[in-house]
Design a protein around this ligand. Structure first.
Ligand code: HEC
Ligand code: HEC
Ligand code: HEC
Length: 175
């Protein structure tokens, strides 16, 4: 328990001492993720696997996430999580994550990503190391509540017209 991120048993991560106080790319919590190759992998230790302890079907299980093979071709049935953006088939779209150029992109505190790194260093850039651009439940949701529908990080429901399209931080070609 004591070795777990925020006492969330067996979950990995690194806490910002001033969590959510004026968050910017180098001041935020660091979330652990795993670049999975199978939809049945439960990715123990990842922040998304924490959500999966109750919302299992959203994260893993045969036939739940994608038509096989997972993440290389075929159709996503649910949005990928514990999947590294560097591996995406239409990768051009994701290389410009958060207005970056495909190497050392700034980390987005609007639509954040997890990393496979467990080092006690802040992941302030993305595409700086292998598996540091992992989509997670918290890329779109927050943990305990927001003013927006489905505890999303932004008001997706009111977009377009009003609201905010946080999806476009990653889906840069679809804004
Ligand atoms: C790419 C963005 C994105 C990611 C990543 C994501 N979600 Fe969601 N989720 C959404 C959106 C958008 C909705 C609202 C759908 C709607 O209103 O029809 C939603 C809805 C939900 C709901 C509510 C369903 C209902 O019946 O109202 C649950 C539960 C949920 N997500 C859990 C998860 C879990 C657990 C993960 C990680 C394994 C996850 N989500 C990852 C975007 C995401
Ligand atoms: C201990 C079990 C548990 C865990 C762990 C858990 N949830 Fe939930 N979640 C629930 C339950 C129960 C509900 C339904 C609450 C209700 O209907 O009042 C829910 C509802 C939701 C909804 C729907 C909200 C809406 O407005 O319809 C989303 C989205 C969601 N959870 C996301 C997450 C994410 C993301 C995580 C991980 C950070 C997570 N949950 C972890 C039990 C859990
Ligand atoms: C953190 C980055 C990120 C965010 C935020 C995000 N996505 Fe995605 N999304 C991805 C990646 C990576 C894929 C997988 C692409 C692939 O397999 O080539 C994907 C796949 C999809 C797909 C399947 C079609 C495809 O292109 O393969 C849909 C649909 C989708 N996302 C919708 C959304 C919506 C709607 C939102 C916002 C509610 C959203 N995404 C937010 C990264 C993201």
């Amino acid at each position: 328990m004591a070795k777990s991120y925020r006492f969330l048993y067996s979950i990995q991560g690194w806490e910002d001492l001033q969590y959510e106080y004026r968050p910017v790319s180098n001041r935020h919590n660091k979330y652990y993720g795993i670049d999975r190759t199978l939809e049945t992998q439960n990715a123990a230790g990842s922040i998304s696997s924490l959500c999966a302890r109750c919302h299992g079907d959203y994260h893993q299980g045969a036939g739940n996430i994608a038509s096989l093979p997972f993440g290389t071709s075929g159709v996503w049935l649910r949005h990928p999580t514990d999947f590294d953006m560097g591996r995406a088939s239409s990768s051009n779209e994701y290389t410009t994550y958060n207005n970056g150029a495909g190497a050392n992109n700034p980390y987005s505190v609007i639509s954040p990503v997890a990393t496979a790194s467990t080092a006690e260093t802040m992941n302030s850039t993305v595409y700086a190391a292998a598996d540091d651009a992992i989509v997670m439940c918290l890329s779109c949701h927050r943990a305990h509540g927001t003013p927006y529908k489905a505890i999303l990080r932004w008001d997706y429901k009111a977009w377009p017209g009003g609201g905010y399209n946080g999806c476009a931080v990653c889906h840069t070609a679809k804004d």
